[in-house]
Design a protein around this ligand. Sequence first.
Ligand code: KIV
Ligand code: NA
Length: 253
Amino acid sequence: MKGGTPIVSLTAYTTPMAQLMDAHCDFVLVGDSVGMVLHGLPSTLQVTLDMMILHGQAVRRGLDRALMVVDMPFGSYEASPQVAFAAAARLMAETGAGAVKLEGGVHMAETIAFLVERGIPVMAHVGLTPQAIHTLGGYKVQGRGDAAPMLMADAQAVSDAGAFAVVLEKVPTGLATKITEALPIPTIGIGASAHCDGQVLVVDDMLGLFTAFKPKFVKRYADLGSQAEAAVEAYAQEVRTRSFPAEEYGFAD
Ligand code: KIV
Ligand code: NA
């Protein structure tokens, strides 16, 4: 799909969300963002392999045609290619994923090659890599000015290592365009302009279900959080006034 119709992707963590995405998305990402949007964790660093496996299994049951990619969580792959292979093999075998995703550029190239050579398709993720938030110093745009050549090198390295696609997160428009033109593999943007080969968003962000904060790159396509709260409020009010359940919801003797 490189250079063709843009690749469509969203994150999913549950069967029902996966079901409603299956017809519309080329791939569905079981992102480690699950920790923040569904489990109330302060960052993605607390997400475990067991959490990713459980959510991967749930999403897999909701998909018939879209590719499922599962994130490798922090701590499960960085130490060595061998450690990464053991974790990735569990993700693939126990969830039925078609590929894994991991964060990192030049420093992860050896691991990416190790996995791909052993049968595990890898999607890479460069630019803003949330698992490195404490060394990056915040959720900042990456690759501006003097930092551009390093980010280009990261993208080139994961492509050379055999990654089949790469997520570019919070990358300036010009650089994202240059990377997309330079690489033979698709770039999937999140905060990286419409010049990428595809786009991904966190589903709870775009549906307005996760509202603790909103990154600039998120477009809200719906406001389901407010709708859900209004529904809960109406229910509470009706229970307290005994207007719910009305007779139609009951059973004749
Ligand atoms: O965890 C996640 O949701 C992601 C995407 C935002 C790319 O990695
Ligand atoms: Na992620």
